[in-house]
Ligand binder design. Structure first.
Ligand code: SAH
Length: 353
């Protein structure tokens, strides 16, 4: 029988499991605290449990962990990128950024990605597997432990499509916001999706105070389909209808991500069309000058096009920002994360399932 992944369980679920083997509730609280707050790697570290109990637990439960395989620190802005390795040797990247308000971590939700967006490095190695709630949590805990910090914000914007790993991501969100665990505010967590329509409705119905970011990157289906295969499955109108539902239901402003690619989606006409489409949706437009990746020859929009685009959005009454690029010297910016240590192109596909 395979062991239960105990770091993925809520306190209540641990209590239920412990109840089955005759352990009192306070034991579950102790163990939950070790797993969620102290980030232990084994039952042996749980020093307030007897040796006998530790080995009993070890027989039925597994503690997922990760190790730091590589760490890079940006000399420009201090952004830190980790390559974490899980027990099965698969690896993901995560990035810690420092802002005025505190630390934010960008985590991966899958090993690799199925979505195949043509401008994104995460798509290049293909898809390996979903991360478990505990593995996502390990990214946070390992970074916090290494840097001796507490993060206040999490963005699910690393490798993978969070809504393609829906149940695990939801469990992770519940764990990391548990007041007996990391106790993060749901309002300080952003989830980014390329637009899996059914899942956006489902997420809206969870009615969480989570920020939803939607990777739009184009004002119409024709352009969107050129860069994002998912656009062939879900038309832009369908995606935006789901976004409107999300915003109306949760009263949270959607953030539309728009990578500005020279000559592809950055004209004034594109900006006008985007504004027409987004009319009536509680939202914010986040422009990201596309980060260049070596496998593709997409180029960033020039400063003039960017300025013109911003001014069209503003004239139409939209809140618009241009995303600051952090960690560019260590390939830690949007769309630059992958399954391997990406700064030197080393691939470790053999580690992939
Ligand atoms: N799969 C999810 C989560 C990834 S988040 C999603 O698509 O939203 C990563 C964000 O960076 C997404 O908005 C993605 O579209 C964007 N991105 C990918 N490649 C990029 C690049 N080369 N330059 C700028 N942004 C990029």
């Amino acid at each position: 029988m395979s062991k239960i992944d105990i770091r993925s369980l809520s306190l209540e679920q641990i209590e239920n499991e412990f109840n089955k083997i005759g352990l009192p509730r306070f034991r579950a609280s102790q163990v939950f605290d070790w797993l969620q707050n102290k980030g232990v790697m084994s039952f042996d570290e749980m020093t307030n449990l007897s040796k006998q109990l530790r080995s009993q637990l070890d027989e039925s439960f597994e503690i997922k962990t990760c190790i730091i395989k590589r760490k890079l620190v940006s000399s420009i802005d201090g952004t830190v990128k980790y390559l974490f390795e899980f027990k099965d040797k698969s690896t993901v990247e995560s990035v810690v950024m420092k802002y005025k308000y505190g630390y934010s971590i960008c985590i991966s939700t899958q090993v690799g990605c199925k979505m195949g967006c043509s401008f994104c490095a995460s798509a290049i190695g293909g898809f390996c597997r979903n991360l478990t709630p505990s593995e996502m949590l390990c990214e946070v805990l390992a970074a916090q432990r290494d840097l001796n910090i507490k993060v206040s914000h999490i963005v699910l914007m690393g490798t993978g499509e969070p809504l393609d790993n829906y149940d695990n991501v939801l469990s992770f969100l519940r764990l990391v916001t548990d007041e007996k665990g990391q106790n993060l505010s749901m309002r300080h967590i952003s989830l980014s999706t390329c637009g899996l329509v059914e899942r956006i409705y489902e997420l809206a119905d969870e009615n969480l105070q989570l920020t939803l970011s939607v990777s739009l990157h184009a004002p119409n289906d024709e352009i969107r389909q050129r860069t994002m295969p998912v656009a062939k499955k879900y038309g832009i109108d369908e995606v935006l209808k789901a976004c409107k539902y999300y915003a109306d239901k949760t009263k949270r402003r959607i953030s539309f991500e728009y990578a500005m690619i020279k000559g592809i989606n950055d004209s004034e006409e594109n900006a006008n069309e985007l504004c027409r489409r987004l009319k009536g949706i509680l939202c914010h437009i986040n422009l990201i000058p596309v980060n260049e990746i070596k496998e593709r020859d997409y180029k960033k929009s020039d400063a003039d096009s960017l300025k013109r685009f911003v001014s069209v959005c503003e004239k139409n009454g939209f809140a618009v920002t241009v995303r600051r690029t952090l960690g560019s010297d260590i390939n830690a910016s949007c769309g630059q994360l992958r399954q391997s240590a990406s700064e030197n192109g080393v691939k470790n596909r053999e580690n992939c399932c």
